[in-house]
Design a protein around this ligand. Structure first.
Ligand code: 5AD
Ligand code: FES
Length: 352
């Protein structure tokens, strides 16, 4: 069995491709030895493409209002216990100012799908950030919009867009979301974003309720097809005030394994070692870097609002992981043998 898995890992390393069934076999039969072997190859590839650099993105969680009702998410509209907040333009610019002085050259504006932030307001904010910090990249993560809206943000200067596909399987998607949301529309958004010219990020939760190994294989096939610049994954983590309050969280072990597979599938990708990984284990993000990740996204939001952006229980948000404790982050990253760089950290050119 193990020999077989090694052969599959070698094939993925050499060709960047596996059949869906092969991913299923590899994921289902994985063991610790396979994982270590996989990570040795995923590190090799990340170093071939990006050296020892770790890129940092300043994350600004600017609104936790959301019109959607995803079953897994703590800021879903039906969660009456969520204390809602919005940052205004000046607050956001203050975050950027602080972030710039800390060495961040990418700002990620992330929020729930909040109709208060009209396209006009978003474009104003993007234009302002780009005029004040022309050497910085602006990344948006504000959900599903029309193609026209995406185009307007792009024209205002947005460079990148993060929208996880969450799961590539329509049926599984419908178990995680109410019927007004569909996997097809989500994929439509991702292809629109790509066509417009964004560097696009997608991704999925590992260990989300009802997820099968076949679903994970479908996620791998989907990212191979989409060829995004960025892929963010993290374990599903239970939130007590959601319909999934009694569903178990995903594991560190499977998340790291999937991360390694993503690096082998898309060697050029920018892959964050996510907050969810850091939440599920104290050294989760360091392990993510050692499994092939090359980005971290420290929190730049004002301290007062951080606890309110609770997508899942116990999300780390006040200590060392934050942008302000840049020295802690540097120490953590250098403990893995990698180093934080002050750079926009664009995706390397992809030829095919
Ligand atoms: N556990 C882990 N990740 C979550 N997200 C939302 N809710 C949870 C949760 N309970 C992730 C989704 C979303 C991203 C912003 O956060 O994948 O796309
Ligand atoms: Fe806000 Fe899912 S609950 S987009």
């Amino acid at each position: 069995m193990q020999r077989n898995n090694r052969t599959l890992i070698d094939k993925l390393f050499e060709t960047g491709e596996l059949e869906k069934d092969e991913y299923v076999t590899l994921i289902s039969n994985r063991n610790e030895d396979d994982a270590q072997y996989l990570f040795s190859l995923s590190r090799k590839l990340r170093e071939q493409y990006y050296g020892k650099s770790v890129y940092v993105r300043g994350l600004i969680e600017f609104t936790n209002y959301c019109k959607n009702d995803c079953y897994y998410c703590g800021i879903r509209r039906s969660n009456k216990n969520a204390v809602r907040y919005r940052l205004d333009e000046d607050d956001i610019l203050a975050c950027c100012k602080e972030g710039y002085s800390l060495g961040f050259r990418t700002f990620v504006l992330q929020g729930g799908e909040d109709p208060y932030f009209t396209d006009e307001k978003m474009c104003r904010i993007i234009l302002k950030i780009k005029s004040l910090y022309p050497d910085c990249a602006v990344t948006l993560s504000i959900g599903e919009k029309s193609r026209e809206s995406y185009q307007a943000y792009f024209d205002a200067g947005a460079d990148r867009y993060l929208l996880r596909h969450e799961t590539a399987d329509c049926e599984h998607y419908s178990k995680l979301h109410p019927s007004e949301l569909s996997s097809d529309n989500r994929k439509r958004c991702l292809y629109d974003l790509k066509e417009i010219g964004y560097q696009v990020g997608t991704g999925f939760m590992v260990g989300s309720p009802y997820q099968t190994e076949e679903n994970l294989a479908q996620d791998m096939m989907f990212i191979k097809e989409l060829r995004p610049s960025m892929v963010g994954i993290g374990p599903f983590i239970t939130h007590k005030d959601t319909p999934f309050y009694d569903k178990p969280s995903g594991t560190l072990e499977l998340t790291l394994f999937m991360l390694g597979l993503i690096r082998l599938t898309l060697p050029y990708a920018l892959i964050p070692s996510t907050t969810a990984l850091g939440t599920i284990a104290p050294n989760g993000r360091e392990l993510g870097l050692k499994a092939g990740a090359n980005v971290i996204m420290p929190n730049l939001s004002p301290v007062e609002v951080r606890k309110k952006y609770m997508l899942y229980d116990n999300k780390i948000c006040t200590g060392e992981e934050s942008a302000q404790c840049v020295q802690c982050l540097k120490n953590r990253v250098s403990s893995t043998g990698y180093e934080i760089v002050t750079d926009r950290g664009d995706v390397v050119k992809i030829n095919n």
